[in-house]
Design a protein around this ligand. Structure first.
Ligand SMILES: Nc1ncnc2c1ncn2[C@@H]1O[C@H](COP(=O)(O)OP(=O)(O)OP(=O)(O)O)[C@@H](O)[C@H]1O
Ligand SMILES: [Mg+2]
Length: 129
């Protein structure tokens, strides 16, 4: 369905979501959730990855896609995940990557990709990106 490169972008977003939840420092994480929703519209695929983590402080929101920007301690993050995600989604696939964050409440990343229907062979139905 998605190429390896695009799948890696989603994995990075999910790891960020898990870190954001861990960063709340709560012992009981039962009510914390990461959701991944995928929607195929005409010509577009939209993937939303939401978390109930710490959120992104307003003052750093403009920097998160910058190379090596990280708020994580040494060894935990290198600040490259979102830079690579932007490069892959926007420059290589002509898509968009946006986010909405409520500090203290959570974040949603929205990835939109133009999708090309694959050949309608019985064994190869659907879309590939
Ligand atoms: N879901 C999220 N919730 C809260 N903050 C986030 C979230 N995603 C990204 N951030 C913030 O954006 C920064 C940059 O993210 P990015 O993925 O580029 O780097 P990283 O996760 O710190 O390191 P790396 O991905 O290279 O291991 C993070 O350090 C964090 O401060
Ligand atoms: Mg990351």
């Amino acid at each position: 369905l998605f190429t390896r490169e695009i799948s890696q972008v989603f994995l990075n977003l999910i790891i960020n979501a898990a870190h954001a939840i861990a960063a709340k420092g709560k012992k009981d994480t039962e009510s914390e959730v990461i959701t991944v929703e995928t929607q195929f519209c005409s010509g577009w695929a939209e993937v939303r990855i939401s978390d109930t983590g710490i959120g992104i402080p307003t003052e750093i929101q403009q920097h998160i896609f910058e190379p090596f920007f990280t708020t994580k301690e040494v060894g935990k993050g290198t600040g490259q995940g979102l830079t690579i995600a932007y490069d892959v989604v926007v420059y290589k696939h002509n898509g968009t990557i946006t986010f909405n964050s409520a500090p203290g409440q959570g974040t949603v990343f929205i990835v939109r990709l133009p999708c090309v229907p694959s050949e309608q062979k019985p064994s190869n139905k659907g879309h590939s990106i």
